[in-house]
Design a protein around this ligand. Structure first.
Ligand code: 2HA
Ligand code: ZN
Length: 270
């Protein structure tokens, strides 16, 4: 059996959490990540018959039966992941139609998966339905996107169009746009269901006055997705109080669509 701390998925997870902390997106215990693992990869590092503990999830997700996830722990600080991955991260396998999570590695202080586990698992289900390649769900609290939800209309088309207009790359990186949930109580199945519904049509879901969810096929791509939206929100906050002299027009957006082979969300451009 190989050392799990050398597994590419583990190394990438640790680097990503560290980088997110460095970006200021994950103060204290803020944020959480879940990464869907291939069983064959897990078996290179763990005896998958050795279940350490079984934890009820409080929801059902039959589509995820038998699936393995590397997940950040509840109450854990991204800042500390690199120094004690086995305390701050865990590998679980969902069983009993998703109602139970079997711990195979990690959470060595007796901890458990993130309080946002419902939103993560339900979002995995939603994204896998539209993209079988999806592996990552990532949540964090980037300051500019968060700030934007205090001063910008939360209408999804309006919010998306503003972000697209802030950097030329945006429509190329997230042509599916950004969906938005109003403020809701976090950590609940209700916000999990609502997030998953929004994930059916976009890989980015803003939680107003809280943060953002991103989904993607690997950690790098998902990080980059949030990074691009956050950069756009930063530009918005720099210019929102100034007279607007120039913008990226819809005509120019159509040129970007053609040049980069992407299709903007239906009805979002004129
Ligand atoms: O505590 O970010 O949404 C982690 C969170 C909750
Ligand atoms: Zn949060």
């Amino acid at each position: 059996m190989k050392d799990i701390l050398t597994a590419p998925f583990m190394v990438e997870m640790i680097r990503t959490a560290t980088n997110m902390y460095a970006h200021g997106w994950d103060e204290r215990n803020g944020g959480n990540i879940s990464l869907l693992l291939d069983e064959a990869d897990v078996r290179e590092y763990l005896d998958t018959d050795n279940v350490l503990r079984t934890v009820p999830t409080g929801f059902e997700a039959p589509e995820l039966e038998g699936k393995y996830f590397l997940v950040t722990g509840t109450g854990k600080y991204f800042k500390n992941v690199q120094y004690a991955p086995d305390v701050n991260l865990g590998i679980v396998r969902l069983t009993d139609g998703g109602k139970k999570a079997e711990l195979l590695w990690g959470y060595t202080d007796g901890g458990r998966f993130t309080s946002e586990f419902p939103a993560h698992m339900m979002s995995h289900v939603a994204r896998l339905r539209v993209d079988p390649e999806n592996r990552v769900v990532m949540h964090c609290h980037p300051a500019n996107l968060l700030a934007m939800t205090y001063v910008h209309d939360l209408d999804e088309r309006a919010f998306t169009r503003t972000l697209w207009q802030m950097c030329t790359e945006c429509i190329v990186v997230f042509p599916d746009g950004v969906n938005v949930l109003p403020w809701m109580l976090c950590g609940t199945n209700e916000i999990g269901i609502a997030t998953a519904q929004k994930m059916a049509t976009a890989r980015l879901v803003v939680w107003a006055q809280h943060g953002i969810y991103g989904a993607g096929k690997d950690l790098d791509e998902t990080f980059g997705l949030i990074e691009t939206a956050e950069k756009a929100a930063e530009i918005y906050l720099k210019i929102a109080h100034l007279p607007l002299v120039n913008t990226i027009t819809d005509e120019q957006m159509h040129l970007l669509e053609a040049r980069f082979g992407v299709k903007a969300r239906e009805g979002y451009l004129q």
